[in-house]
Design a protein around this ligand. Sequence first.
Ligand code: NAP
Length: 492
Amino acid sequence: MTDTMARVASETDMTFEFPQQLFIDGAWTDAAAGDRFDVTNPATGAVLAQIADGRRDDARRALDVAVATQQAWADTPPRERSEILRRAYELILEHADELAMLITLEMGKPLADARGEVSYGAEFFRWFAEEAVRVGGDHTLSGDGKTRIIVTREPVGPCVVVTPWNFPLAMGTRKIGPALAAGCTVVFKPAEQTPLTALYLAHILSLAGLPDGVVNVVTTTTPAEVVGYWLDSGQARKLSFTGSTEVGRILLAQASKHVMRTSMELGGNAPFIVCSDADIDTAVEGAITAKMRNMGEACTAANRLYVHADVVEEFTRRFAERMAALRLGPGWEDGVQVGPLIDADALRKVESLVRDAVERGARVATGGESPSEGLLYPPTVLADVSPDCELASTEIFGPVAPVFTFTDDDEAVRRANDTEWGLVAYIFTRDIDRAFRLAGRLEVGMVGINTGLVSNPAGPFGGVKSSGIGREGGRWGIDEYLEYKYLAIPRR
Ligand code: NAP
């Protein structure tokens, strides 16, 4: 550890050091204007740290360095890039306790979930360490046989990476892993509410031997100024964004100025379909996972549960029993399964959505009342929900599960597709043909069949419609950071 890292005693017994400055050109540095901002613990409201608040000058410095380093990093042998990523993977696991605690402290999720995110996030580095040495090309002949066509793959160039607060580690590694594997440098702006994990990740990359300037992190309270500078500069070649559809649209418009490559992982409104022949145990388990991972603050969260009329009563009763048994509290306490929401706005939004549903006739099967203090909201199941209530067309981003009833598969598909989003859907049925049939008709990028979890570093994560452009993970993930170049050579 360096003296640029502060040792902070947390609410827990664990004390550890973590960086609190910008990371530019391999060095920890204050913002040019010297400003700092508070990072708070959503479980207590306590200030965890005061970190550097980057502005336009810092954005410029970070991008200049990323641009200057681009060629050397692209020229670094793939095996070297791969081994740095592999070391970073191992270091994340060695520092899993610190990383998980940072995630819990700044974002609120229970420690068990945070540990899950650390393993998931680390895996992107291992996966793309393996992909770095497998970037191929092609060789073919023109139709008339007179020209050799050689196709090479080259790094896109300096990448702008912007991430949300809900998976502070994994959303970073899912982008930085393939970018580095492909030979791209990075300027990285993590979410304002969860910058500590991102800075710790930069520390790990530095320990792993990443050359100075390849990844540069600018934390800020003025995202539009920092990211706007990067997109406007004409020097960055790629934008990789995860966040809301609303902000995604703004950034897409800005990225169009220089016709940048974009990967956009945006919002969701996932339908969760339980057919009449579903195994109810599996469906209830799947609903707990799909709804409660991250307290419902996940783009993949089941947002609308469509349950066949024949099984809706049994499913709702058993699901509500499971939800009611979940333990709420600060994420670092033993046995806690549901932590606080990220902030007061998130809590107010959830409360207002539930109020609206109840006013339109929904029955509260469990939950529905927030405790008087803090940002905790109880796991809530709403039955007999009217299709026109607000939460049917809003990303809830909280532990609230509205159950709607359907009577035939066509109706389930029609209602599932009746949204601008198309990230993921879940289907529960014992009939595999039915599952394939439904999956084929759902307008989404991913389908969980008899499972409530699709996120997997080996799979292509991403959506259609307003849920985004591009895929992250699997052998497809690196394509987002590579261009094709074709060489035409006359054949003599
Ligand atoms: P957000 O408000 O869109 O913010 C995402 C990132 O964009 C943050 O770093 C934010 O900075 C930055 N940002 C905000 N306004 C900006 C602007 N005008 N210019 C440049 N950058 C700007 O989203 P969020 O609330 O953090 O995250 C929740 C959303 O992310 C949900 O909609 C969720 O579905 C989506 N999400 C999608 C996926 C996926 O893979 N599809 C995964 C996870 C989350 P600040 O933090 O400073 O505001």
